[in-house]
Design a protein around this ligand. Structure first.
Ligand code: SAM
Ligand code: SF4
Length: 331
């Protein structure tokens, strides 16, 4: 039996690898204002260690790898990491804030990366700057357009926060009218230091209320979700692109979860919300097999959100506050 199958029969074929805890943005919902305690460089996986761990997962049945961070493209050896991983028989993809994608397009193409997920939470300059604490909106927009022109499938991730950017839902959807963009609204989730509370979150239901108000009902098409999809997918009739909602808080999709995460310092997280981590880097450096550690992490995975089954538990700061900040997990 595969060591990637958990006690609920879920096969973990999708590995997300964080390659750095650093970022060139400071998104308020991701990075605490005071920053985070960065791991010393010697505790971070080298390019070779990333490859070796990824290779072990692929031998066990992982078929999809996504690179994330922090901002993966701030890592100096990112092109070498991508190129090396592209030699594995996997679908490789990346999640980025798109500040510097223009410098890596050729590497993406050579690595046969087809899909690039880009984070963008506001289409307004001043608001983008407030949300990310940096002034890069124009660069990001230009780079998104370049990625589309170069033939990449671009998904835009937009975290909605009440009273901050929830009045932009319709503007985001309209971006998909003439462009093959896939807009994904993400419910704001709690992590250490991001001052989450349920009242700031814009729920799936609230998002769809706005859509139902702003578009004719007969134009809102519910389209197929892919297997293991975290998103509920929609399209406005006649639009080139699509939109979706990722409702991890109000409507978790744990029963079909196939994801497992590796942090930049080589710790395996069996769930985004898990505060338990399994160290793979130490045994790797000691020359031991990492397979028993992977197996242990997979079999101890909870059925739903690391044991936070109800929304009441999810609100408990003692539970989600023990987790890392998102920037150090890798979304
Ligand atoms: N820097 C890259 C980026 O921003 O796309 C990759 C890392 S980022 C941590 C990955 C994703 O996590 C982004 O789409 C971001 O919007 C999402 N994210 C971060 N904090 C979040 C939170 N509190 N709730 C929901 N999504 C969050
Ligand atoms: Fe950086 Fe991405 Fe986090 Fe924003 S969401 S601070 S871009 S890692």
């Amino acid at each position: 039996m595969s060591i990637l199958k958990d006690t609920y029969g879920r096969h973990h074929s999708y590995l997300r690898i964080s390659v750095t805890e650093r970022c060139n943005l400071r998104c308020t919902y991701c990075m605490p204002a005071e920053g985070i305690q960065l791991s010393p460089k010697s505790h971070l996986m080298t390019a070779d260690e990333i490859f070796k761990i990824a290779q072990a997962f692929v031998k066990q049945g992982v078929s999809k790898i996504r690179l994330t961070g922090g901002e993966p493209l701030v890592r100096k050896d990112i092109d070498a990491i991508i190129t090396r991983l592209s030699s594995l028989p996997v679908t490789l993809s990346i999640t980025t804030n798109a500040i510097s994608t223009h410098r890596h397009i050729e590497t993406f193409k050579k690595a046969r990366i087809k899909q690039v997920n880009v984070s963008l939470d506001s289409l307004q300059t001043s608001r983008f700057t407030t949300l990310t604490r940096r002034n890069y909106l124009e660069t990001v927009q230009n780079n998104i357009n370049e990625l589309i022109t170069e033939g990449f499938e671009v998904k835009l991730n937009c975290v909605l926060i009440k009273g901050i950017n929830d009045d932009e839902i319709t503007s985001f959807i309209k971006l998909s009218k003439d462009k093959p963009l896939h807009i994904r609204f993400i419910e704001f989730m709690p992590f250490d230091g991001n001052k989450w509370n349920i009242d700031k979150m814009v729920s799936y239901k609230e998002i769809m209320n706005t859509v139902n108000t702003d578009f004719p009902k007969t134009d809102i098409l519910r389209i197929n979700d892919n297997p293991n999809d975290t998103a509920k997918n929609y399209q406005i009739k006649g639009y080139q692109g699509t939109f979706a909602v990722i409702s991890s808080v109000t409507n978790p999709f744990c029963s079909t979860c196939n994801r497992i995460r590796l942090t930049a310092n080589g710790k395996l997280k069996n769930c985004l919300f898990s505060s338990n981590e399994t160290d793979l880097l130490t045994p790797l450096r000691q020359g031991d097999s990492i397979l028993p550690y992977i197996e242990k992490a997979v079999v101890t995975k909870y059925k739903i959100r690391s044991g936070m089954e109800s929304i009441e538990q999810f609100k408990d700061p003692d539970l989600h506050g023990k987790n890392r900040s998102m920037i150090a997990i890798g979304g």
